[in-house]
Design a protein around this ligand. Structure first.
Ligand code: 6GU
Length: 226
């Protein structure tokens, strides 16, 4: 699977893409990510990528022409399953959306800055708008890193234990149950007996109960009966 990411601050994406699971996914060629700096496509001798907004008001807006030039160049090379604009007024990002997007071949992510991008770019090119939550970030880059991470880890072969992604919190609309490792007792706190019993059906049953209980207490909205 391939990601192209358009940004005016490519440095913001360096670290999240070059460590841990995303690094391994790229080393194994299961995932490729190209970060494209918009700046060289900027207008005039200062390579301007943003301008004052019509109608007045605080905050700059990213201009059409630089974005269009870069998007057209990328579209000439690849067919995108989705052209995604990361924006706080987009659709709320969920595991279900990550699962669906993980079936894609090519995704183009556009990171906005300042007040966002000119509305006409959204109309002309964007096929999906994503928000990662109800708060405002200073740019789409951190959100883009989250989208790449959440999708990258779902690609077959990326996570060592193939079943691991399937037991994540949210994969079945339940939070994950508690987990423990050695030692069996720590500061007087014992690992639940059942987990040390070797009784697989009993362990499965305990985990399911814990997941349901935890979801009821912490996220009743996920059960649809809050
Ligand atoms: Cl995708 N972008 C920005 N700038 N802020 C956000 C967001 C995205 N999602 C939540 N807040």
């Amino acid at each position: 699977m391939h990601f192209d990411i358009i940004t005016v601050v490519p440095e913001l994406l360096d670290s999240p893409l070059t460590h841990s699971i995303l690094r391994r996914a790229q080393e194994k060629d299961l995932l490729t990510v190209q970060v494209h700096d918009l700046r060289p496509y900027g207008l005039g001798k200062h390579n301007s990528t943003d301008d004052y907004q019509f109608g007045g008001g605080a905050g700059m807006v990213m201009r059409c022409e630089p974005l269009a030039a870069l998007i057209d160049e990328l579209k000439a090379k690849r067919t995108y399953d989705e052209i995604i604009y990361l924006t706080p007024d987009g659709e709320r990002y969920t595991q279900a959306r990550a699962n669906r997007l993980s079936m894609s071949e090519n995704l183009l992510l556009i990171c906005g800055h300042y007040k966002g991008i000119d509305e006409r770019i959204r109309e002309e090119y964007v096929t999906l708008e994503i928000s990662i939550g109800d708060y405002v970030l200073s740019g789409g880059e951190l959100a883009a890193a989250i989208v790449v991470d959440s999708i990258g880890r779902l690609l077959p072969g990326v996570i060592g234990d193939e079943t691991s992604a399937l037991t994540d919190t949210f994969q079945d609309d339940l939070l994950a149950p508690p987990v423990y490792t050695r030692p069996a007792e720590w500061r007087g706190r014992e690992v639940p007996e059942v987990l040390r019993s070797g009784n697989t059906p009993a362990i499965e049953e305990w985990r399911q109960e814990q997941a349901e209980e935890r979801t009821r207490l912490r996220r009743p909205d996920l059960l649809g009966d809050d």
